[in-house]
Design a protein around this ligand. Structure first.
Ligand code: TMP
Length: 236
């Protein structure tokens, strides 16, 4: 499979058409941004790690957790064939522990463990700064149907159950993460985008050390090493 016309360049990935109208190739970059693009940088080797981690996890989610995904085939270190979808413009965030915007918005102490996971939606819209929104807002804006929202939440919680157990076995706590879903041409909803240290908070269970993009967002140093560490744990 070969890359044809570039369709889109995002902050962390490029997307290309292929000869097959139902398949695209994504190419992962080392570019990193935070705070809606305000902070820019490079994390050397990130594209390779995110590509390989996301593919590994999506394959398992598909085979072991019954969550359909866009993953088709890894072409090389940075490039993967995926099913073509139109992205549902929602960032679907699942949280197990208070951190990030949850801690900030609600005055919660970072590290507080929830009795039940939370699921929230943000409107995927850079101009508006990805504002939080609820189901009725999403319906009013025509972003998805009631049935789609329910299915997306069901899938998101299945992903959480799987990732929590998967990372626990590897000494890593999954604090929270962001998913994106897409619609195929027949309307079916599948998991798209990526699952990586860019889109998850991953803490070393024993030490609490942050092994994810928060090291870049908060200038904590050791960013590359953290991505390598957590990639090593993935395969352990
Ligand atoms: P938040 O606490 O900043 O809302 O982030 C929640 C989770 O979503 C965290 O694991 C990081 C991830 N995330 C993204 O993948 N993309 C984003 O643009 C933001 C803001 C967060």
């Amino acid at each position: 499979m070969e890359k044809k016309k570039q369709l889109y360049e995002g902050k962390a990935k490029k997307v290309y058409e292929t000869d097959d109208p139902n398949l695209l190739i994504v190419s992962y970059k080392d570019d990193a941004t935070a705070f809606n693009g305000l902070k820019k940088g490079t994390i050397a080797g990130k594209g390779v790690i995110n590509n390989q981690m996301s593919n590994f996890l999506m394959k398992k989610l598909q085979e072991e957790a019954g969550v359909p995904t866009h993953f088709v085939e890894e072409l090389n270190e940075r490039e993967t064939v995926v099913k073509r979808v139109s992205i549902v413009p929602l960032e679907v965030i699942v949280r197990n522990i208070a951190a990030g915007s949850f801690a900030k918005n609600y005055g919660a102490v970072e590290g507080t463990v929830f009795a039940e996971p939370t699921v929230e939606f943000s409107y995927k819209n850079d101009e508006l700064g990805d504002p939080l929104l609820n189901d009725s807002h999403a319906l009013a804006l025509g972003l998805a149907t009631k049935e789609e929202l329910a299915l997306i939440k069901t899938y998101a919680l299945k992903v959480n159950d799987f990732l929590k157990a998967f990372w626990l076995e590897r000494g890593v706590t999954i604090v929270d993460f962001k998913l994106e879903f897409g619609r195929q041409s027949d309307g079916t909803i599948i998991l798209a985008d990526e699952i990586s240290p860019d889109t998850c908070r991953l803490w070393d269970t024993a030490t609490g050390k942050k092994l994810d993009k928060d090291r870049f967002r908060r200038d904590l140093g050791g960013v590359e090493e953290a991505y390598e560490e957590v990639m090593g744990r993935l395969k352990s």
